[in-house]
Design a protein around this ligand. Structure first.
Ligand SMILES: Cc1cc2nc3c(=O)[nH]c(=O)nc-3n(C[C@H](O)[C@H](O)[C@H](O)COP(=O)(O)OP(=O)(O)OC[C@H]3O[C@@H](n4cnc5c(N)ncnc54)[C@H](O)[C@@H]3O)c2cc1C
Length: 445
């Protein structure tokens, strides 16, 4: 049976970790552990590691966490980073005023700045993933390994990981980074538990890339920067991509119905659906919808809000990234918070390793690992689940559906500012300190 990493050799800690899933967060977790000389292997179900071509933006907090996790991760983002924006802008898309006629630089009703010119370092997902993969020694990534079950024979023995190709591997602890439809989540919570699955947020997204020349001709200067168009039960976000060659278009539309197929989160859709949802919006929005191709894809937004996880940690198994807190994209920060997860996990596992090497606290391996994961849960769950909740709230704000806010624009601004600042300006150093203290208190107790 395969063994995960070389626990206890070359001065490394005397345990080994299996990371399930080689997405953005699985790679962050693994690179944090590698940096701390903690043996780790990534098991990924796909036959190659790849990401879709879309963009990904990070907060400054996330990039600082990357630096603390493993400076090579921050370096990887620096290598493929693309210039984005330092602020976000919103405009009433429902007003019948032709906002195209506003002077350039004034076509927004609210702007929230990060205080930095490049406040959201961005990247092409695929390029960033490739850079991260290049930092992991190839023998630490096992492809074609779809996790099926995790078994524990006794408290102190290694966990047995069983894959759907019939192979097995051993590890002292497992970190499930297997995304929104996490199998590890089902394994720890049980297949009958509704919290094992993500649920439909009753919002679906229609996405398109529109040639920038065409967009500028129809919409004047509006597409030259990021802009979110607000309105009842639907909103649109646009921003330039591909070095300004395209306008990225995403429309979010409320949907009272259930999603028909929980296995398949995309469905073919037509322009007519979008035309209908925005038919009463202002002339600029309607002109934008006119630019859409006749056939579109519709993406169901699933998250973990309706049935949040009772814990991110289950003895020597834990969940991180979307597996722990799958969120709708209205804060644009699901991966950012996953990077925070990775930093806390690296911090507490390093402490557990040091304890076991030094013999301090006379603690067993399984107790140290279990304490590390309990600390991770106590430090990261509240923020991860807040993000999921707040992200849904943001969509309701953008679509005028929050009863206490309605169309009171001052209240809207207050909520957007407060919630965005909570995501953007997070005291991650304090998070790391709290994690270290919590772990120490647990093992001494
Ligand atoms: C439209 C949209 C825009 C977004 N924009 C942003 C943004 O700008 N900034 C931001 O911070 N976040 C953003 N997010 C959120 C971000 O994309 C996710 O939070 C992030 O990609 C999650 O990474 P992950 O590694 O946890 O999961 P994933 O990327 O889903 O990776 C999971 C990995 O696990 C593997 N896997 C699955 N099942 C198994 C199994 N049984 N066995 C083994 N391997 C398995 C998968 O193949 C995959 O490689 C956005 C999300 C959406 C939908």
């Amino acid at each position: 049976m395969a063994e995960t990493g070389n626990a206890g050799q070359d001065g490394s800690v005397p345990f080994n970790i299996a990371v399930i899933g080689g997405g953005i967060i699985g790679l962050h977790v693994a690179l944090g552990l590698i940096k701390r000389n903690i043996p780790v292997v990534i098991y990924e179900r796909a036959s190659e590691l790849k990401e879709i071509g879309a963009g990904l933006g990070f907060t400054e907090t996330a990039t600082q966490c990357m630096q603390a996790l493993n400076p090579s991760v921050a370096g990887a983002l620096g290598k493929v980073g693309i210039a984005t924006t330092g602020s976000l802008r919103w405009i009433n898309g429902f007003a019948q005023e032709d906002i195209r006629l506003r002077e350039k630089g004034t076509a927004f009703d609210f702007e929230l700045s990060t205080g930095k010119k490049d406040g959201f370092p961005g990247c092409h997902r695929g390029q960033f993933l490739n850079e991260l993969v290049s930092l992991v020694p190839p023998d630490l990534i096992k492809l074609g390994k779809r996790i099926a079950s995790i078994e524990q024979n006794s408290k102190d023995e290694k966990l047995v990981l069983k894959f759907s190709d019939g192979t097995e591997a051993l590890a002292d602890a497992v970190i499930g980074c297997d995304g929104v439809k996490s199998r590890v989540r089902q394994i720890v919570l049980g297949e009958d538990n509704p919290a094992s699955y993500p649920h439909y947020s009753h919002q679906s997204a229609y996405r398109a890339l529109i040639e920038m020349d065409e967009a500028l001709a129809a919409l004047g200067h509006l597409p030259s920067g990021q802009l979110m168009y607000l309105g009842p039960r639907a909103h649109i976000n646009t921003y330039p991509v591909g070095r300004g060659k395209f306008m990225n278009f995403v429309a979010f539309i409320q949907d009272k119905n259930d999603w028909p197929d929980n296995e398949n989160l995309t469905a073919p859709a037509s322009k007519a659906d979008v035309v209908e949802a925005f038919s009463k919006f202002g002339p600029a929005v309607r002109a934008m919808i006119d630019l859409l191709p006749d056939q579109l894809d519709r993406w169901a937004i699933f998250d973990t809000l309706d049935h949040p996880l009772p814990s991110f940690s289950y003895d020597r198994v834990c969940l991180a990234g979307d597996a722990a807190h799958a969120t709708s994209p209205h804060h644009g920060a699901g991966a950012c918070v996953g990077v925070e997860d990775a930093l806390v996990l690296a911090t507490v596992l390093k402490k557990a390793g040091n304890d076991l090497i030094s013999g301090d606290n006379s603690i067993s391996k399984s107790a140290a690992l279990s304490a590390a994961f309990k600390t991770y849960d106590s430090i990261c769950r509240e923020r991860g689940q807040w993000l999921v909740e707040s992200s849904r709230y943001m969509a309701e704000l953008f679509q005028g559906s929050v009863p206490d806010v309605g169309d009171d624009f001052d209240k809207f601004k207050e909520q957007v500012r407060e919630r965005s600042h909570k995501v953007w300006f997070f005291d991650w150093k304090d998070m790391v300190r709290r994690a270290a203290d919590d772990y120490d208190a647990r093992v001494r107790a």
